[in-house]
Design a protein around this ligand. Structure first.
Ligand SMILES: *[C@@H]1O[C@H](CO)[C@@H](O)[C@H](O)[C@H]1NC(C)=O
Ligand SMILES: *[C@@H]1O[C@H](CO)[C@@H](O)[C@H](O)[C@H]1NC(C)=O
Length: 806
């Protein structure tokens, strides 16, 4: 019902009242809650009575059972309010609300019905029974969902009654009123915009009920709305991609990272669990994710196998909503790999003449680690003539960097050590044994810069004199030294006829017997040559000094010993003591002590008359010559040298003690024909015969020998590489017929292959044929022959061979 309709009805009502009062029934209208004592109406007037009459007639109000709200003021003829009137208490919702009573008058009794209508005033606000209300609404509630609200109650009626409701705030809901049959209105709240618990879980609305009075009154009620969760939110990862890193070789159970997804829902709808949804092959065993999002290492990881991993993770809530994200795990390298050295090629030996930068070995070095851990540096041991170079990445070559010398170091152990730059650094090494092969770069070197050797004359041919030695620092064949006698000549004769050198041992042999009196020293060169190709050589000077032996007896020069002549020294009878008769002059071709001569008187006719100077050989008288002394004096002087053993020569000196020559001559006639002389003469005759015979035979032999020799030599020249070197060493040659000198010619044949092999073949002593002739006239042949067998033959023995002549 609209307000206007209500007012019209009220107007109609008042006109009815007025009409009725005109018909004898008095009606009044007062608003409720009018103050006590307020005037309701002038009843006296309205009833047409005098005030006095009211008193007089004892007017009174009759209400029946009802309480008296109205009082009659008889003095003034007025109706006034006795009690406050609450219309709502009096009538409730009934309208109109009126007090019905009568005014009774006595004398005459008259009853006047009075109606006092109580009109409503807005003295009540709408009120709710409860001050607040809780409503739980699921956030999934659909638009248009209805929720009943409590009604408010306003006891006032009409316009003063409850008019409308408002709801604030009204974002999500509107109020809808439904009129009901009982006249009350049903209040509904309708969802017009979806709720979102995640946005606002709790909302308080204020429901206000207002009436239409003037002033308007209202009542409120709090409506607490709790939005119930629905699983309307999927989990959301905090990052679309997670980045994490883990060191290789980390222990199982290491937490790599934590992923997290948030779910806006509440309770179990917001419980998120994590799984690894898919991953690269093989990685599922490596990682594990816990319910709460910790990504945990499960297996061994190796940077060298995989540098990173990509894992898809999924977050699922209880409602099955999910989100996915990716975890990229970078594997951090640690230095867990040593460098690996691979020898690509290497040589076992290198020549000592190799130039610098000769490549000895090539190797590759790898370290699978990364960055510094994989950076490798290689070094080799110090103080060796090699260096290591990096040719290209990971390749190294070992090269020589200075001259090699096998003689200083014949092999090297080269240790290549490669280490990476990780901390701590890892390294590995390899050792290469390199032989330095020999090159013939060293000439043989003699132990001494020159040699001097002594040999006593009359040595045995073939005697080893001494040894030269040269060393060669090279190896094997390059160090095999051969000794070669260098060609030179000594006194016009090739030196090879004096000495030979053993090629292997360096032993120097005398090829012949040396004679100090002929040659005192000589020198030659010996070359030492190694077996290299080309060979290297050096040479040394060898000086041979021949030492004297007492092999020559003294030789008397004066007085000259002639066979037939008569030589005598004259001593006048008047000669004084110490008269120098003569001087025996002798020489000894030996030297030193061997040539130190002393003179002694061996035999004398009169020992008391002469003496010989020991040193000077002077024969002097030692007493006065007397007449009794024989004219013919014969002295035998022995000349001895000082050698060991000493050798001697004797000389006979004839002395004539006379004053005149004829005296001497007569005395000496038989002197010449003495027995000894005859014996000598006979001996010489026999000897001459023998010599002639021998010469004849010798000539025959020589002729035949020469023939055979030429024939054989031509054959040897064709069929043999052995040169035959005949030589004829000269022995001491003396044409003087004096003294005890021997004339011996030895023809020695020495066959050699070459000068390097001392291969002289000497004949046996038994095959020698020695003929000695001593032409001295002193008749000492027998002794000399004896001496020959003891000394000369001894010195010649054994190697005299072939033909001996003189
Ligand atoms: C090299 O090593 C070997 C074996 O260890 C050793 O016999 C040799 O003497 C070493 N050579 C050098 C030059 O150190
Ligand atoms: C011997 O050696 C010297 C240097 O020591 C050299 O000058 C000379 O030529 C060499 N002689 C021969 C014949 O080889």
């Amino acid at each position: 019902m609209s307000d206007r309709t209500m007012r019209r009805q009220v107007l109609l009502f008042f006109s009815v009242i007025c009409l009725s009062s005109a018909l004898g029934q008095v009606s009044y209208s007062i608003p409720e809650e009018t103050a006590k004592g307020s005037l309701v109406g002038n009843i006296a007037h309205d009833l047409g009575l005098e005030v006095k009459q009211l008193l007089a007639r004892r007017a009174r109000i009759h209400t029946g059972d009802s309480a008296e709200y109205i009082q009659l003021n008889k003095e003034k003829g007025l109706l006034i309010i006795k009690e406050r009137i609450d219309r709502e208490a009096l009538c409730g919702q009934t309208t109109p609300c009126a007090l019905h009573f009568q005014i009774a008058l006595e004398s005459p009794i008259e009853i006047f019905p009075i109606t006092v209508e109580i009109t409503d005033i807005n003295d009540n606000a709408p009120t709710f029974q409860k001050e607040e209300k809780n409503i739980e609404i699921s956030e999934s509630a659909v638009i248009g969902s209805k929720f009943m609200l409590d009604k408010a109650i306003d006891p006032d009626i009409g316009l003063n009654g409850l008019q409308s409701y408002t709801l604030k705030p009204n974002d999500n809901f509107i109020i809808k009123l439904h009129s009901q049959s009982d006249g009350f209105k049903k209040v509904e709240m309708i969802l017009q915009k979806p709720l979102d618990r995640e946005k606002q879980e709790f909302t308080s609305l204020l429901l206000t009920a207002v009436d239409g009075g003037e002033p308007q009154r209202s009542g409120t009620m709090q409506i607490h709305i709790t939005v119930l969760d629905a699983n309307d939110n999927a989990p959301v990862f905090t990052q679309t991609v997670y980045k994490a890193s883990v060191k290789e070789n980390s222990l199982k159970g290491t937490i790599i990272t934590k992923v997290s997804a948030s779910d806006a829902d509440k309770g179990s709808n917001g419980d998120v669990s994590y799984t690894i949804s898919n991953s690269m092959i093989g990685t599922s065993k490596l990682f594990h994710i816990t319910e709460d999002g910790h990504l945990i290492l499960e297996g061994p990881i190796d940077f060298e196998k995989a540098k990173n991993y990509e894992i898809d993770v999924e977050a699922v809530d209880r409602g099955g909503l999910s989100d996915s994200s990716k975890v990229i795990i970078d594997v951090g390298d640690i230095n867990d790999n040593s460098p690996v050295i691979n020898m690509i090629s290497s040589s076992n030996s290198v020549g000592e003449d190799s130039p610098s930068n000769t490549v000895v070995a090539v190797m590759s070095v790898n370290d699978p680690d990364s960055e510094e851990n994989g950076k490798v540096r290689c070094v080799i041991n110090k103080n060796i003539p090699f260096t290591i170079r990096s040719t290209s990445s990971n390749f190294y070559s070992l090269v020589t960097d200075s001259e090699l010398d096998r003689e200083r170091a014949s092999d090297y152990n080269i240790t290549v050590t490669c280490s990476d730059e990780g901390v701590p650094s890892l390294s590995s090494s390899v050792t290469l044994t390199l032989q330095i092969s020999d090159v013939n770069d060293n000439a043989p070197v003699f132990e001494r810069s020159s040699y001097e050797a002594y040999i006593v004359e009359n040595n045995t041919p073939g005697l080893s004199i001494f040894t030269v030695k040269a060393r060669d620092a090279d190896w094997n064949q390059n160090a095999r030294v051969s000794y070669i006698l260098e060609d030179s000549s000594v006194n016009g004769v090739p030196v090879s006829s004096y000495v030979s050198v053993s090629a292997d041992s360096g032993v120097i042999h005398a090829v012949r017997s040396f004679d100090y009196e002929q040659i005192k020293d000589f020198h030659f060169r010996v070359k030492a040559q190694d077996g290299g190709s080309p060979p290297l050589s050096s040479n040394v000077t060898v000086k041979i000094l021949i030492q004297d032996q007492n092999d020559n007896p003294p030789q008397v020069l004066y007085p000259v010993q002639t066979g037939g002549s008569l030589v005598a020294e004259m001593v006048p009878r008047s000669a004084d003591v110490g008269y120098l008769v003569t001087k025996v002059v002798a020489v000894d071709v030996d030297s030193g002590q061997n040539a130190w001569l002393s003179y002694k008187l061996q035999k004398a006719t009169d020992r008391a008359l002469f003496e010989v100077g020991l040193q000077n050989g002077e024969i002097r008288t030692i007493r006065q010559v007397t007449d009794k002394d024989a004219v013919k004096q014969r002295l035998t002087v022995i000349v001895e040298d000082n050698g060991q053993p000493s050798r001697s020569a004797t000389v006979t000196v004839n002395v004539a003690v006379a004053d005149s020559f004829p005296e001497v001559l007569s005395e000496f006639t038989d002197f010449t024909h003495d027995k000894e002389y005859n014996e000598n003469l006979t001996f010489y005759l026999v000897l001459a015969l023998a010599v002639v015979s021998f010469l004849f035979i010798t000539c025959l032999v020589v002729i035949i020998s020469v023939k055979i020799y030429r024939w054989r030599q031509s054959r040897i020249l064709y069929h043999s590489t052995l040169p035959v070197i005949p030589y004829y060493p000269p022995r001491y040659s003396d044409t003087l017929g004096t003294g005890t000198l021997q004339h011996v010619y030895n023809y020695e044949v020495c066959r050699t292959n070459d000068s390097r092999k001392s291969d002289c073949k000497f004949g046996r002593a038994g095959s020698q044929n020695v003929l000695i002739m001593d032409p001295n006239s002193t008749g000492t042949m027998q002794r000399i022959q004896n001496e020959k067998t003891t000394s000369d033959l001894k010195s010649v023995n054994p190697p005299l061979v072939g033909l001996n002549s003189y």
